[in-house]
Unconditional design. Structure first.
Length: 837
């Protein structure tokens, strides 16, 4: 929580208020028991007990130092959240956190049979060389965690709880492989610490967001600019932190047996939405691989292959698609060719042909001389841009996992594959035309050597392909050369694709000589889209349920807050991929680990405080809607909620309240907030209403089709004259859809809709036309709107005023709609319209 601090209107500072890591914090984050007690440790030494005692900690250390067998590892898992611990150490090692591990750490465990110790990042402003003296090259594991070597100023980690914990954990092969799994998850495949593509990395995007948020304030208060150099150096793949963790300078992870020699498998697409029947290729470096599609690990505890895993060779085979020295077509006519020449169907029959290397002049560097096979553009006046074309054949474009262009080039090169740009030399600007000349002779400073560059394999098509090259060169330059070899890697014989036909999690490991790689795991959905404000709504918030009854208390749920829930809805016509959606403020929930990760059109789901408590109160009918339990709890006094999605983009962020202008629930304990229009601003209090009954509507609103299935027989459903929207089977003058909308029965003429009346009301001394309607209990997927007209032909809801609603004890709701103009200002008509949602 960030706060600006003013004194008498003068800005004095900007503060980040942080809750202390003590029992109240941990209860709100983890516990279902408001009275739960916690052991909390911080800093090293005997006086580091913040709350509770060290009995459980010492017991955990004893278990970690027991003989390493499966039975004893199970005992470790009873008291330690080892995945949390792996991630904690990994983050601090990556960031080379200063003033750590002897200081600035917190460990906590609930004092219960289910409690497990976890580690929490605290006061880590010294990470990434932001403070202190730990540079990007800092070795952390042996110097500061294990304490077997000396760091700056003689500091070592020769004592302390985090050293003891690390030594105990890393005795176990299970933990070392788990640590490798977290490396693979977070530092590769677009993970949160994957900085190989610095510009598009999560770290860079987050840093840029923070910079934009705070740089004006920093300049105003401190007259300083944001220092971007340290972070950008840290995440620079050429000079940054990775070079010391994975090589080439050092291999800190592998040197400490935390990163296996066997490379993890690669996927032809790393998760996300695919079309039905997508052939997923799983490959590795010519070893066996095992994969599962049920969410289980291909390796079981102890190291044996999972009997349910699929095994196959994972090897790749390399194919030359274009050999170096091949024959190319080249254009000998001066002038700009535009863009049509890049396409397969372009007529190049008048072009000349020749073997590569093509060019002119003397090409030599580093003791290597290149012989020009075909002279191109030698005679003055030389062309500013030379054009080259070549076709090649592909049997199955989907089989290729990678492409590599091996380039020999002197000049500025742009490569197009099937009309799409595939590569551009760094010595050319992003936009070029015929007259553009390169900023230097070569991309890499060496004109006589070949250098490989990756090409996107998705540019290939099955059948005939066309690769074209425009080579820019100053007309006065003394030389120019071009040669290219194009190779592709595809799955070897015996490596069969897995066809994705439904949402699935695929987990794979490489296996060789009894050793396993880190796991590659990804979630796939079929024909889905990311969550956005335009398709996903927070539809209901039950933040203050009624208190527990005696049966609930006896079951261990002695507070109404156990029965909280939030309902989400997909109001679009497409499947939503929820795997990147997280709630990060108010309550904490990550859909990447939820029971429900895809939400179909019109579908809904529930996030609950406690599954057991929810089932006890609401029954088991909603089990299929529950996505999981969230951490924290919803404040009865209102609070900020924040939901983010792909690339951390905000989906919804708003603060609800329990009093005006929000719907006032002060005297309506147990009722929920329900959104009115899912497409509109969630932060607008006028877009929320009070549920018609206690407990809200966890199953969501009743739609017309579901209502039909309840009130009509199977035979009636086949006859639209009885069950159709406009039918009136009981002859009472009300259509089925209107009876559904207002909560009456369509086969009982005595069960007409509730109060529906128009009258003239005196309001503030003026007379107005009004219509009053009563809707029966329950929530329906229908919206009642009032519309006005002055001629019975054109209707609008603009200006219609909705008077305060009245709620009856049975849950029915009475609403009155008022014409915007008082009587006496011309003809006025007012009508109600029921609209399906």
């Amino acid at each position: 929580v960030f706060n600006s601090f003013y004194v008498n209107g003068s800005l004095k500072g900007y503060y980040n208020m942080v809750e202390r890591h003590r029992e109240p914090f941990f209860r709100s984050l983890h516990s279902n028991d408001d009275g739960a007690q916690w052991d909390v440790l911080q800093y090293e030494g005997n006086d580091n007990i913040a709350e509770g005692d060290k009995t459980a900690w010492d017991d955990m250390i004893r278990r970690l130092n027991a003989p390493t067998n499966i039975q004893n590892w199970d005992k470790v898992l009873e008291v330690a959240d080892v995945e949390n611990m792996a991630n904690y150490y990994l983050l601090n090692i990556y960031g080379a956190t200063w003033d750590w591990p002897h200081n600035n750490w917190v460990a906590a465990k609930e004092r219960s049979a289910e409690g497990r110790y976890r580690l929490y990042v605290w006061d880590a402003e010294g990470a990434m060389n932001n403070a202190g003296n730990r540079p990007v090259s800092q070795e952390m594991i042996r110097t500061y965690i294990l304490g077997t070597s000396t760091g700056q100023n003689g500091q070592t980690g020769t004592r302390g709880e985090l050293r003891d914990l690390w030594r105990g954990l890393t005795r176990w092969e299970e933990f070392r492989l788990l640590f490798a799994d977290q490396i693979q998850k977070h530092l590769f495949n677009g993970g949160i610490l994957d900085d190989r593509d610095q510009l598009n990395s999560h770290i860079r995007n987050r840093f840029d967001g923070l910079k934009n948020e705070f740089e004006d304030l920093l300049r105003l208060i401190e007259n300083q600019a944001v220092n971007t150099g340290k972070v950008l150096r840290w995440i620079n793949p050429a000079i940054g932190r990775r070079r010391y963790l994975f090589g080439p300078v050092r291999e800190d992870f592998r040197d400490n047996d935390l990163w296996p020699e066997i490379a993890p498998p690669a996927f032809s697409q790393f998760g996300g939405s695919v079309s039905e029947g997508y052939p997923l290729l799983i490959t590795n470096e010519n070893t066996m691989l095992y994969y599962t599609t049920d969410g289980s690990d291909p390796r079981i505890l102890g190291g044996a292959p999972n009997p349910d895993a699929i095994s196959q060779t994972g090897g790749l085979q390399e194919e030359m698609l274009i050999e170096e020295g091949s024959i190319w077509k080249h254009n000998a006519i001066d002038g700009d060719l535009g863009t049509e020449w890049r396409l397969l169907g372009y007529d190049d029959s008048e072009w000349q042909s020749g073997s590569a290397p093509l060019g002119y002049g003397k090409i030599a560097s580093g003791g290597v001389t290149v012989e020009i096979e075909t002279e191109v553009n030698r005679s003055p006046p030389r062309q500013s841009t030379s054009y080259f074309r070549k076709t090649f054949e592909i049997d199955d474009s989907a089989a290729y996992l990678s492409l590599s262009a091996n380039l020999l080039v002197d000049g500025g090169i742009v490569i197009f594959v099937n009309g799409m740009e595939a590569f551009r030399g760094s010595n050319l600007p992003s936009q070029t035309d015929y007259s553009t000349v390169p900023t230097s002779d070569t991309d890499d400073g060496n004109e006589a050597d070949y250098r490989a560059y990756p090409i996107d394999p998705n540019l290939l098509v099955s059948g005939s392909n066309i690769i074209v090259i425009e080579l820019h060169n100053s007309p006065g330059n003394s030389d120019m050369v071009l040669d290219i070899g194009l190779s592709g890697k595809r799955a070897a014989n015996g490596n069969l694709p897995f066809f994705v036909n439904e949402p699935v999690t695929v987990k794979a490991r490489s296996f060789e000589n009894g050793k396993w790689s880190a796991i590659t795991s990804s979630r796939f959905t079929v024909d889905s889209v990311p969550a956005t404000p335009q398709n996903l709504a927070i539809a209901e918030i039950l933040y203050n349920p009624i208190g527990a009854n005696q049966a609930e208390i006896e079951a261990g749920f002695d507070d109404g807050d156990f029965f909280e829930f939030i309902r989400l809805e997909n109001f679009s016509r497409e499947n939503i991929d929820l795997s990147s959606v997280r709630l990060t403020d108010g309550i904490i929930f990550d859909f990447s680990e939820s029971f429900i990760r895809v939400l179909g059109p019109g579908e809904k789901l529930l996030l609950v405080k406690s599954i057991d408590a929810f089932r006890l109160r609401f029954g088991t009918d909603f089990d299929g809607l529950i996505a999981g339990e969230y951490s924290g709890q919803l404040s009865n006094g209102g609070e900020q909620l924040r939901m983010i999605g792909q690339e951390d983009l905000v989906i919804h962020e708003f603060a609800y309240d329990n009093s005006s202008p929000w719907p006032d629930l002060a005297d309506l304990d147990g009722h929920s907030l329900q959104i009115i229009d899912r497409r509109e601003d969630h932060g607008d209090p006028a877009n929320w209403k009070i549920s018609s009954s206690q407990g809200g509507s966890p199953g969501g609103r009743l739609d017309f089709a579901s209502w039909q299935a309840v009130v009509f027989s199977e035979a009636d459903l086949l006859n639209p004259a009885i069950s159709g929207e406009n039918a009136d089977p009981d002859g009472d003058g009300w259509s089925n859809f209107f009876e559904f909308s207002l909560g009456s029965l369509p086969r009982d003429s005595g069960s007409s809709p509730g109060e529906l009346a128009s009258e003239i009301k005196e309001i503030d001394g003026e007379s107005y036309l009004t219509v009053t309607v009563t809707r029966g209990p329950g929530e329906r997927a229908v919206r009642i709107v009032a519309q006005v007209s002055d001629d019975l032909s054109g209707w609008t809801d603009e200006g219609v005023l909705v008077l305060p609603e009245a709620m009856s004890e049975d849950g029915s709701v009475t609403s009155t709609y008022r014409h915007p103009l008082s009587i006496g200002n011309g003809e006025a008509y007012l009508r109600l319209k029921a609209i399906s949602e």
